[in-house]
Design a protein around this ligand. Sequence first.
Ligand code: NAP
Length: 312
Amino acid sequence: MPITVFFAAGPANWAEYRAPLNAAFAEAGLDVAMSDSAPDPAAVDYIVFAPGGIIEDFGPFMNCKAVLNLWAGVERLVTNPTLTQPLARMVDWGLTEGMVEYVVGHVLRHHLGMDAHFHGQDGVWRNSVLPPLARERPVAMLGLGELGQAAGRALTALNFPVMGWSRSAKDIGGIDCHSGEDGLAHVLTRAEIVVLLLPLTDGTRNILNAERLALLPKGAVIINPGRGPLIDDTALLSPLDAGQIGHATLDVFRTEPLPPDHPYWAHPNVTVTPHIAADTRPSSSSQVIAENIRRGEAGEPFLHLVDRSRGY
Ligand code: NAP
């Protein structure tokens, strides 16, 4: 009997993922029958899912061995009470590489002060302001998971002093690791650039509130490719207006797409990118999905399982 996979990640993803997934199943030696239309729920072995996908109620999929999410973030899924099956999030080398490139690119933009040259071509030769070396520019990485560690390592390879902050204490070569409320205050008071790569949970919502933003050195830059609600938007706008925060580069927002009349669009010290920091890549992520199905069939533990009690 073939393994029944229900691709419930929407028609656009189906067009992109169908061929790479079938190729990955074949490469893994799996006999899979995959469909994007609702089959008999009781016959489904695995669900490939993405937020905005076509299942609200996972209850009828009573024999489903795992729900395999195409995205890294699972905040919209962990709160679904009908989802009792094991839930795996996406950890994909293509996605990780994309995030590292986004973070390094935007850190270097602000570190090198590139905007002054992009926007200031007025015939005046201003050569008095030089950026410090990366080794003199402390960066805080909030979140030291798959993406935060990879981005942090890439920045340390460029000599940035990287301070990291996570829920549990860590020891990562080259990164000055902290945890807890005191650890957060420690990194924020020293960071000239702050990168948010935390998941959205009850413990991280509005983590950058007015009080914590006030800890940052004057002119600090915030880069948020994590999730929009990690930052209290109202609390961010006034220090941006006052120049206390030098710039915010934001990829993710409470409401997406970001409404056209949102003050972020017009703010001179905000860069909006439209949730493009790192996409799941069909070819590499299909291998992850196939490997998890192989594991499920072999009775081996699934990769990248979400801990419901932590919310990520
Ligand atoms: P991950 O591997 O689960 O890592 C999460 C990190 O956050 C861990 O270090 C974790 O600490 C830390 N953390 C969680 N809750 C915390 C808390 N209350 N206090 C302090 N630290 C906390 O996640 P990931 O794969 O790196 O992804 C991070 C997030 O990036 C995703 O959840 C998603 O929202 C976002 N993302 C965005 C895009 C985009 O295109 N913009 C793409 C992919 C992902 P521990 O290590 O102690 O567990």
